[in-house]
Write a protein that binds this ligand. Sequence first.
Ligand SMILES: *Cc1c(COP(=O)(O)O)cnc(C)c1O
Length: 337
Amino acid sequence: MHLAHFPRLHLAHLPTPLEPMLRLSKELGIDLWIKRDDCTGLSTGGNKTRKLEFLMAEAETEGADMVITQGATQSNHARQTAAFAAKLGINCHVLLEDRTGYNNTNYNQNGNVLLDHLHGATTEKFPGGHDMVVEMERAAQKKRAEGNKVYVIPGGGSNPTGALGYVNCALELVGQANERGLRIDRIVHATGSSGTQAGLVTGLAAMNADIPLLGIGTRAPRAKQEQMVYDLASKTAAKLGCPGVVRREDVIANSDYVGEGYGLPTEAGIEAIRMFAELEGILLDPVYSAKGASGLIDLARKNEFEGQRVVFVHTGGAVGLFGYDFAFDHENRWVQV
Ligand SMILES: *Cc1c(COP(=O)(O)O)cnc(C)c1O
């Protein structure tokens, strides 16, 4: 496995820090660390930037002058793609699907949407339940007919090229742990379109790291999520020249923390946001990282990680907080002294 075989634009701020979370560790009774992939540098950071290093390099190799992608209204992937495109001087068009039905102004115009537009991307809105893959093809055909050289990036940047970014993260994380003599017993993170987990599991398997990985689901039920991750991991391993290296049993997702649906905040997620913010000064987002963290917190309280050193991969998304301000009651922080 040699990542330098693949075109890549070195634009992310890497390596991201690996830090202990002392107060949260004490609270949960485990040795909890955090891999700060919320600090990848591009337009407030996040996990899509690692994937885009490889995807955008491929777009450039193909001579693209426009990228098209899709996501939910408050898509962190859309925002990071828009920023990367701005940096490269290519156009970016984003199809945004309304997966929540929220019609308040901040959800639809603040947070990631504001940043999409600040980076110069154009956006197009779709009601929930559309076949966004078909819609992206339609948009790409139209833009090509107008003379643009279009490169289509799948939702979340999750294909074998994008997943290479998280193979790279696995190498980086294990490298940091080895340097410090830090034995990692478990890695936990939020999983969605599956590129993050697929890349991590492939990288860990290819280097025979023997560190169990747990994805906390944010949308699909467990069986579907695991199949998506396994399929993408298998393709990623083949692309890397180590086909078959990921075993089906290496792919573990837990979708018990999705709540009512994708993009709908949960009570446990809000509690996780408060705990990370108040105990560690770290911001999570209600759609992904908070649900991931809520799974981590609940499982820790149930002694699933007893005696273990756990690394939480923070996949970013805090900008989404400004689209979800309605989910937080903070009136009681106004006091008169
Ligand atoms: C996209 C995203 C995820 C999920 O990563 P996938 O590679 O899509 O599974 C997790 N957290 C945040 C903040 C994200 O934006």
